[in-house]
Design a protein around this ligand. Structure first.
Ligand SMILES: Cc1cc2nc3c(=O)[nH]c(=O)nc-3n(C[C@H](O)[C@H](O)[C@H](O)COP(=O)(O)OP(=O)(O)OC[C@H]3O[C@@H](n4cnc5c(N)ncnc54)[C@H](O)[C@@H]3O)c2cc1C
Length: 341
């Protein structure tokens, strides 16, 4: 297993900050995970298990070992109920995997097209978009437990999927390395078109035919490309803040003052608010600190406009949080994982 030193992390995370990893290993076979724990550079307190780097923010140079999970492979098995169990290895690129499922006639993930990153990271924050969360389709997650040094399979209930959250983002963080994910997908297509413009754009693409999964995937790609900056062109980490969820009383008070505030009642009685709207109302679109800025078209996205440093991003995020707290009394929580090491 080859360890590299002082590795430039710019190509390995989508914000493109000028930071280095003290040590770096590429893992191409999950069975070799125990060997990593035996490396002199390995320290459980500082190791970073990295996929595509689209949901991490480096606070500066990373002083620990970064393990890039790059092992690939997809296998499928028909189930007695007519659905299909599809197991993908952690290093598969998420969007390529979704495209593959659609091409094979395995349905459910098409609304999650074009989300950057890897299959292995998808359960970590229970990725979601256009009315679908990946946890709805996950049957189990095959992990390496670094505490017991055993491979284990966790079923969906054990993963505790919630809005942009799971066991792997909470107390399982750093303990479970996700090696592979098993999805149960449908073989009969049932489109999920209730969210945003997906129905209209998919119908336009289908042009009179019945809407198929490929049309929904293409519609989602088209909408995303029109709304979100491409990290290859303008560094970013997608939605920088989670949509805040507040109690019904707080939501009612805010709505009385701001009747146009987009809000989404939740099953538990609480109400989800649109973080991008709150930031926009504070007049922060285009606001910059050093080389980091609030995207001028989408206030929820912070971008690396011009050679931003990690300190610029942190100062900008803190300013946005303070202004939204002052204006609305609502606390914004960052969505990406901040890494300080
Ligand atoms: C332009 C853009 C748009 C985005 N849109 C969305 C969206 O619509 N919906 C959404 O939910 N997210 C979105 N994201 C966030 C991001 O794409 C997802 O969170 C994605 O799953 C991250 O994958 P990754 O491989 O890049 O993870 P990384 O950034 O590499 O890692 C993220 C976290 O997961 C951990 N991790 C990664 N792989 C593993 C593994 N195999 N085992 C254990 N831990 C692991 C890391 O240690 C880290 O804590 C967007 C990001 C960008 C840049």
């Amino acid at each position: 297993m080859q360890v590299e030193y002082r590795v430039d992390l710019r190509p390995h995370h989508t914000f493109g900050l000028p930071v280095h990893a003290a040590a770096w290993v590429e893992l191409t076979d999950a069975a070799r995970l125990p060997e990593i724990l035996a490396l002199p550079e390995y320290d459980p307190a500082t190791v970073l298990w990295l996929g595509g780097g689209s949901n991490v923010l480096f606070g500066g140079d990373y002083a620990g070992l970064v393990v890039h999970l790059a092992h690939k492979g997809i296998a499928a098995e028909a189930r007695a109920d007519g659905r299909v169990a599809v197991t993908a290895q952690a290093g598969e690129i998420w969007h390529d995997f979704v495209q593959h499922t659609v091409a094979q006639g395995w349905y459910g993930l098409e609304n999650l097209s074009l989300i950057p990153g890897t299959v292995g990271a998808a359960p970590v924050q229970n990725i979601g978009a256009y009315g679908v969360e990946v946890g709805e389709y996950i049957a189990s997650v095959y992990c390496f437990d670094v505490d017991t040094q055993q491979f284990v399979t966790l079923d969906a209930a054990a993963c505790r999927f919630a809005y942009r959250d799971s066991l792997f983002k909470q107390e399982g963080r750093g303990r479970y390395v996700i090696c592979a994910v098993t999805f149960v997908l449908d073989t009969v297509f049932a489109p999920r078109l209730a969210y945003g413009d997906v129905a209209a754009v998919a119908a336009e693409i289908a042009a009179g035919r019945a809407i198929g999964a490929a049309d929904v995937a293409a519609a989602v790609c088209r909408i995303r490309q029109s709304k979100l900056p491409d990290p290859k062109v303008l560094g970013n980490a997608g939605s920088f803040f989670k949509n805040p969820v507040v109690d019904a009383e707080t939501a009612a008070a805010l709505l009385a003052q701001h009747p146009t505030l987009p809000h989404y009642p939740q099953a538990d009685g609480r109400v989800k608010l649109a973080a991008g709207w709150l930031i926009d109302q504070c007049g922060l679109k285009g606001f910059a600190v050093g080389g980091a800025a609030v995207h001028d078209k989408q206030a929820l996205v912070l971008v690396n406009r011009d050679h931003a440093s990690a300190a610029d991003v942190r100062a900008l995020a803190q300013t946005v949080q303070a202004r939204v707290a002052e204006g609305f009394g609502v606390a914004l929580e960052p969505e990406p994982v901040w890494l300080a090491c």
